[in-house]
Write a protein that binds this ligand. Structure first.
Ligand code: CS2
Length: 501
C-alpha cells in the first residue's frame, strides 16, 4: 500500500457492520437487515468483476426482500480478498466513475468468503448444502481448463489431472462443480444451477460440455446425470471494471469517511442478459434490471465481437504505441477510428433479434471506452490473449473469410497480439506478458526472430488458439502483411495507415 494509503489507514476507521451509520449520508448502503439474509448462491472467483456486477444485482434483489439469496464467495487460490473483506464483515464499496463525478455504494450481498486452496472440503460442503441453488462463476477464460479453440476440457491440464486423482479435494472450478454435484446426487438432492458469467463463446453450453466431460472421466453415470439434470443457462455480462489501485482506495476512504481495503471501481453502464433456465429457482432478477431471454447467443456474440474485440485491439496496439490506458488510447483519433472499424467489420457477422440498434450500441461502446475517469490499463486487457482471441477476433474473421469480405482491421489486431507476445516492445524493453501460453509463445517468437514472414506462420500454427483457421491462406496473408507493417512502421503509424486507407 502507498505511504498515503498507510497514513489514511491509520487514521480512518475501517468499514464494517458496526459503523455503517458513520458513512457519509450521501453514500448508499444495504437497505435491508443483513442478519436476516441466508445464502442461496455460491460464487466461484471472487474478483472485482463479480463484486461490481452480479453482486450489485443481488444486492438489489435483497433490498426487494429476496432474503434467501445471499452470496458466499470463493477465491480458488489467493487469500487476499478474504483477508481484506473478513475484517470489514464482507462489506465493500462500488465506486461508479463518470466524467461528471463518482457515486459510491456499499454492498451487503456478500455474506462470507472461503479460500478454496486452504480447505477444499469446506467449499464442496457449502456447494453441496441444500440451501445452495445457484453456483455462479467468474474465474476468467483460463479458469475452465479447456482448449479455447474447441471448447473441450483439456484432459492434460495439470489441475484436471490433479482433480481426477483428488476428487474430494479439487483445485479447479470444473473439479469443484463436479465434486459438489456428485455429493448432491449421492444424497438425493437436486442439483444447483451453474451460471457462468465469463466471456466465453456460448458460455453456458461450453461450461456444460467441460463439466460433463470432466464428470464422465470419473464415472459415465455421473456424466449422464449432469447432462440430463443440471441447468447451465448462458449469460452475457457487461461492465468495465479496472483493477483497483492504492490511489483508488484513498479516494474511496475520503468519500466514505471510513477505510475500505477492497473497493471496486467501475463505470455507470451495466448489463446482464440471462437465459431463463434455472432448475431450482432464482431471485426476481428482472426486477433488478436483468434481461431474461430464451436465447442469449446473439447478445453474447454482439458483446464479444464488438466490445471485447475492439477492447483487445486497443489493448495490444495501444500498449505497443505507448498508451497506458484505454481512455488515453481513445484520445488518439486514429485509435478511436480503429475501434470503430473493428466493430464495423464484426457487425456484419451478427444476426440480432429485431429491434436491436447495433449502431447505437457501437456508439455507446466508443463513449464508454473514452470515459476519462476509468483508469483501465491496456496491459490488464492484454492479459490471457491466447484464451480470448478465438471468441473475440477469430470467429468474426472466419465468418468474413467465408463471405469473401476484407479482414484487414481484425488482422492488424491479431498482428498486434503477435507483436505483444514476443515480450519485447518497440523499444526493445521487456513486456510482462501474462498468459498461460506465454512461455510457448515467447519461445516460438525467439526462434522466428522479428520477421513477419516467419513469426506470423509460427504463431498461426498454435492450434490451441487458431485451430484449422491458422492454415487458411487468406488469414495467413492478411496477418503476415499486418505484422510486417507493425515491424516496419510501429503500431502508431500502422494504425494510422490502416484507418486512413
Ligand atoms: C476486457 C473485459 O479485460 C478484458 O479482456 O475486455 O474484461 C471487459 O472490460 C468486460 O468484458 C466488459 O464487460
Amino acid at each position: 500500500m502507498s505511504s498515503s494509503g498507510q497514513t489514511q489507514g491509520e487514521t480512518t476507521m475501517r468499514l464494517g457492520r458496526a459503523n455503517l451509520d458513520r458513512l457519509a449520508p450521501r453514500i448508499r448502503r444495504p437497505a435491508y437487515d443483513r442478519s436476516r439474509i441466508t445464502p442461496g448462491i455460491v460464487h466461484l472467483g471472487l474478483g472485482a468483476f463479480h463484486r461490481a456486477h452480479q453482486a450489485v444485482v443481488i444486492d438489489d434483489c435483497l433490498s426487494a426482500g429476496a432474503n434467501a439469496w445471499g452470496i458466499i464467495g470463493a477465491s480458488l487460490r489467493s487469500p487476499d480478498t478474504r483477508d481484506a473483506l473478513a475484517p470489514q464483515d464482507h462489506l465493500y464499496t462500488v465506486a461508479v466513475r463518470a466524467a461528471e463525478g463518482t457515486e459510491h455504494r456499499v454492498i451487503g450481498a456478500l455474506l462470507d468468503s472461503v479460500v478454496a486452496r486452504e480447505k477444499p472440503s469446506r467449499l464442496v460442503d457449502r456447494m453441496a448444502d441444500p440451501s445452495t441453488r445457484i453456483v455462479s462463476l467468474t474465474v476468467t477464460e483460463k479458469g475452465y481448463c479447456h482448449t479455447p479453440q474447441t471448447g473441450d476440457l483439456d484432459e492434460r491440464h495439470p489441475d484436471v489431472v490433479h482433480d481426477l486423482n483428488n476428487f474430494d479435494a479439487p483445485r479447479s472450478a470444473p473439479g469443484f462443480i463436479v465434486a459438489a454435484l456428485a455429493r448432491r446426487r449421492a444424497q438425493g438432492l437436486s442439483p444447483f444451477t451453474v451460471l457462468c458469467c465469463d466471456n466465453l463463446a456460448a458460455n453456458g453450453h461450453t461450461v456444460q460440455r467441460i463439466v460433463t466431460q470432466f464428470a464422465a472421466l470419473r464415472s459415465k453415470d455421473l456424466g449422464k446425470w449432469i447432462a440430463d439434470t443440471v441447468a447451465f443457462p448462458c449469460t452475457m455480462v457487461d461492465r468495465i471494471v479496472p483493477e483497483t489501485t492504492d490511489a483508488d482506495r484513498d479516494a474511496v476512504a475520503s468519500a466514505l469517511g471510513l477505510r475500505d481495503a477492497w473497493p471496486v471501481m467501475t463505470e455507470p453502464f451495466t448489463q446482464w442478459v440471462v437465459e431463463d433456465r434455472f432448475a431450482t429457482g432464482r431471485p426476481d432478477l428482472a426486477a433488478a434490471g436483468v434481461e431474461l431471454v430464451t436465447d442469449v447467443k446473439p447478445f453474447e456474440l454482439m458483446k464479444l465481437r464488438l466490445l471485447n474485440a475492439s477492447h483487445s485491439a486497443l489493448a495490444y496496439l495501444g500498449y505497443l504505441a505507448g498508451y497506458e490506458t484505454i481512455a488515453d488510447t481513445m484520445t488518439d483519433p486514429h485509435f478511436a477510428r480503429l475501434a470503430a472499424q473493428v466493430m464495423e467489420e464484426a457487425a456484419v457477422t451478427l444476426t440480432m433479434p429485431s429491434g436491436t440498434d447495433l449502431a447505437a450500441y457501437r456508439a455507446s461502446l466508443l463513449k464508454r471506452f473514452s470515459n476519462p475517469a476509468l483508469h483501465h490499463r491496456t496491459w490488464q486487457i492484454a492479459m490471457d490473449g491466447s484464451q480470448k482471441l478465438p471468441q473475440r477476433l477469430l470467429g468474426a474473421m472466419q465468418d468474413r473469410i467465408a463471405r469473401n469480405m476484407p479482414i484487414a482491421t481484425h488482422a492488424l489486431a491479431v498482428a498486434g497480439w503477435m507483436r505483444y507476445v514476443t515480450a519485447l516492445d518497440e523499444h526493445g524493453r521487456a513486456i510482462d506478458v501474462r498468459d498461460p501460453l506465454a512461455g510457448e509463445l515467447a519461445a516460438l517468437a525467439r526462434e522466428a526472430g522479428p520477421v513477419a514472414e516467419r513469426l506470423a506462420p509460427a504463431l498461426l500454427g498454435v492450434t490451441k488458439v487458431f485451430g484449422p483457421l491458422g492454415a487458411k491462406q487468406r488469414l495467413r496473408e492478411a496477418v503476415t502483411a499486418a505484422l510486417g507493417r507493425l515491424y516496419a512502421q510501429g503500431a502508431r503509424r500502422a494504425v494510422e495507415t490502416l484507418v486512413s486507407t
